[in-house]
Design a protein around this ligand. Sequence first.
Ligand SMILES: [Zn+2]
Length: 479
Amino acid sequence: MLEDGKTVISRRKLIQAAGLMVAAAGILGEGAGSVAAVGTGSESSVTKASQGGARSILPKGASRTRRDIQEFVDQIPIVSTHEHLRAEKAILAGFPEPLDFSQILYTYNPADLISSGLPKETWDKVRGSDMPIDEKWKIIEPYWEKSKYTGYGWAIDITIRNYYGLDGLSSNTYRELDKRMRAERRPGIYSRMLKDAAGIECGVSNLKDEWSDELAGQKFLHPSRLIDQYVFLWSADDLRRLSERTKRDLGTPEAVRAMFDDIIGGWKRTGTVAAKCYARNDMNYVPDKDRQRVLDAASKQVDEAGRKSLQDFMFNQVVKACIDHKMPIQVHTGLNSGNNYPSLKPRDPMLLWDICYNYPEARFDVFHAGYPWMREVAVLARVNTSAYADLCWEHVVNPAAARAALDEWLDSMPASKIFAFGGDYWQPEGTYGHAAIARTNVGEALADRVERGRMSMKDAKQVAAMILHDNAKGFFGIS
Ligand SMILES: [Zn+2]
């Protein structure tokens, strides 16, 4: 754990996944936290950190309850509901290229750098370029100094301190960080950084379609595949092209349904554990009696209303196929990454209500806590048997809000429907730091409930195991 702002590298006895979970929740309270500090930030090295890894942040003067719960939470092998991590060979090859210290900022920090004033065109020249690292740092530094206190900044700060053993990101450290990141790109990086140090047992990773096959046959990352290319058609031409691509006449609802049966069934057979929908949230239920009419209209000309009807129809068909093949559907809701987009309204999770209500046997993994609509997600998941609430990405989007949401969610929906962690990064350094914030938030929220008399210690530990491990493992059918 990180105490009082200083890095303390701890080597802890790792408790194996099998022995830990709910059945053991009452037993481990005392023995789980044999934490022994073996170094400080200035002395520590990558090697030391990767032997155990600080897994959460415990404030100085934390209560006995908080310490007990945090130590328990720190041992839980996390099942991450959502990553964008490619197969290890891609990371070793430098993805996301080129590899230098600035890669640690990728995925989300650029949005904060740009929000604080870094011109996007300037960042576009830095990102992915082979500009010398001294030049890159000169451009980044003033905006990093302005924006480093956000959740995105906190996550990578944790990684730089706890995993790379450096004193944060600054003029004094970026060159050494560059060296250590390069040295760490060697076989076993996921085992060292994510399994051993961060304590992540496995995860669900959503990749570009052409990369999903990279994950075949390995146990750490299980693919989730985008359905958008089949669902979000924009014109009669798109429908025709899909017909050509899939070598089917898609002129009847039955043919469309058969296409989705083949796609989802094929994914299921080859190890895909979820379908993912990114494009929009305002899909509506299409009754069977309207299907042929919608499809006939779409095959002629698609205007604005017709386009939505066509996309709704396709989405309804894929939901039915997913129900039949017991495939969960992950849906992006709430905040989009990036800057300067026109509206967030289409991301309101309440827009999913019609679909969730009409397909009670489906399983929708509602992403990102719907931030900022976190209470809406709680209502959606409490009322609808098909909806589950997922804090993936959220502990770095807004750490304080994620912690508060967890407390409220436990008051307002079954704990079995909550997923407490999805790293949601391309680079493993992001997921490492994010996991530490998530463990801290889970420990803090649960300790607070115990101290308020709202929950027993035994129940708090059981809930921690459910939301960080058991719920996700069961939901995705990961053995
Ligand atoms: Zn994502």
